[in-house]
Design a protein. Structure first.
Length: 113
């Protein structure tokens, strides 16, 4: 079953969140050899792609059993200040697990670079 969690990011500010992924027995999953992908879309689950974070572009990393999601201030500045939706996929050996989904709210910044 996919867990639900809502995130909020502010434009022109660094965003970060760490997630500990556990199995049904409440044991932290060893993320060795996994990849991850997270699409953030404007307005609806089928809306225009706002940004894609993954293990290839460095937006998602794994460290000591944690899934770390990161965006730079430049990346958050490029996002429109509006409600978005996301899901987070883990992949390994051809299998895909949709482990997390929810709203991703982007708040407008006042100070611009």
């Amino acid at each position: 079953m996919t867990a639900k969690h809502n995130f909020t990011a502010q434009q022109n500010a660094t965003f970060g969140s760490d997630i500990i992924y556990k199995d049904a027995s409440d044991v932290v999953v060893d993320l060795t050899d996994y990849t991850a992908e997270m699409d953030i879309r404007y307005g609806s689950k089928k809306g225009k792609l706002a940004i894609q974070l993954d293990t290839e572009n460095g937006g998602i990393t794994f460290y000591n059993g944690e899934i770390q999601i990161r965006m730079t201030a430049e990346q958050t500045l490029s996002l429109k200040a509006q409600p978005c939706y996301y899901d987070l996929l883990l992949k390994k050996n051809g299998s895909v697990w949709r482990i997390l989904e929810g709203k991703f709210n982007v708040l407008e910044g006042v100070t611009k670079p």
